[in-house]
Design a protein around this ligand. Structure first.
Ligand code: TXA
Ligand code: MG
Length: 327
């Protein structure tokens, strides 16, 4: 039975943050593993719980754009343009960091990632706490992100002091990250908000991340990955491949956008929503379900090439990247 956090839970969670401990909280994208962004000892606990390398920078969540100046400096007008249009919402901005922002937040870079989340519980927590909250996705390093409180419990057990339950995350995949720290805005991570929407709002073309862009190590190849190997396969070829695995005695899991099942045993098949919003909403929960099904391989239908699917394609491509590439 789902318990949705109430006002007393928010007060307790804010106190937990003030005490330098960890609070997992829902956002509209995925759950975050929160700590006081001004407390290095608390931030160290985030890295320890996730098993994440220290040079991977964290996003600082703030209550509203008025707090940008607490964390960033030399803020360009483009930041306010995007903030006005997309905040609160699933957009993260990379800006030059303000003096005093910890190297543990920025990974030692001179930039900082900032986001105003839209989820009412995230908003309530930020307002009750008052300061910035670092919030990487609430999953062990390299693993599938969490879109329910139950996923967070599965990932961390008792290692997280407090979990705010806000139900299933609406968007389901992480925020779009746009770098505004250089001469030309660049897209570092695709998300629900597309490159075209950012370009339309700014009136300029986005650059591809270049050598001079800030590193976004979390966007490295192997990521968002179940333990079971994932293969991306054209819809037409799924039946044949599933049959051939089955002939070898392998147990096969399939994530496709239709319910057409090949007539073989030992098959777990999830028919995901056809439209991108529903597909993204369910994506990580579906990958977790298939991972838990005890199969030898997860076959995922190649998503469409349309721009709206760019973020889903990005996550699936990383989930399918070779296991030897992790770390
Ligand atoms: O939707 C989201 O963004 C979620 C929710 C919880 O807000 N958070 C999230 O955090 O996805 P995380 O830590 O899993 O991913 C943050 C990404 C990483 O790829 C990191 O490298 C990049 O943002 N990043 C953070 N600070 C950066 C910086 N200063 N420059 C470049 N990339 C940065
Ligand atoms: Mg992550």
């Amino acid at each position: 039975m789902e318990h949705t956090a109430n006002a007393a839970d928010i007060t307790a969670a804010a106190a937990t943050l003030r005490a330098g401990n960890l609070v997992a909280f829902p956002t509209e994208t995925v759950y975050g593993l929160g700590a006081d962004a001004a407390n290095e000892d608390a931030i160290k606990k985030v890295f320890a719980a996730k098993g994440r390398p220290h040079d991977h920078p964290l996003i600082v969540h703030i209550a509203n754009a008025a707090q940008l100046g607490d964390w960033a400096s030399d803020i360009p007008p483009a930041a306010y343009t995007l903030a006005k249009k997309f905040w609160p919402g699933p957009l993260t901005l990379i800006l030059k960091r303000a003096q005093g922002v910890s190297d543990f937040v920025t990974g030692g870079q001179d930039t900082v990632a900032l986001r105003v989340p839209a989820h009412p519980l995230a908003q309530a927590l930020l307002n009750a706490f008052g300061g910035g909250i670092v919030g990487p996705s609430a999953n062990r390093f390299g693993h599938v992100s969490s879109t329910t409180a139950e996923h967070v419990r599965q990932e961390f057990g008792g290692a997280v002091d407090c979990i705010l339950d806000g139900g299933a995350c609406e968007v389901g995949i992480e925020s779009t990250i746009v770098d505004l720290s250089g001469a030309t805005p660049a897209m570092l991570r695709p998300g629900l908000i597309t490159a075209a929407e950012i370009e339309m709002a700014l009136g300029v073309a986005l650059a591809a991340p270049g050598a001079q862009s800030p590193r976004a190590p979390g966007t490295m190849e192997k990521h968002y990955a179940p333990r079971t190997p994932v293969m991306l396969v054209e819809a037409d070829l799924i039946d044949e491949l599933a049959r051939s695995f089955a002939r070898q005695g392998k147990r096969v899991a399939v994530l496709a956008r239709n319910a057409r099942q090949p007539l073989i045993d030992k098959l777990t098949w999830i028919a995901a929503p056809d439209a991108v919003a529903g597909y993204a909403h369910d994506l990580y929960a579906n990958l977790r379900l298939l991972d838990d099904a005890g199969c030898d391989v997860i076959i995922v239908e190649e998503p469409p090439l349309a721009m709206a699917w760019a973020a889903v394609r990005d996550r699936l491509g990383r989930a399918a990247a070779g296991a030897e590439e992790i770390d």
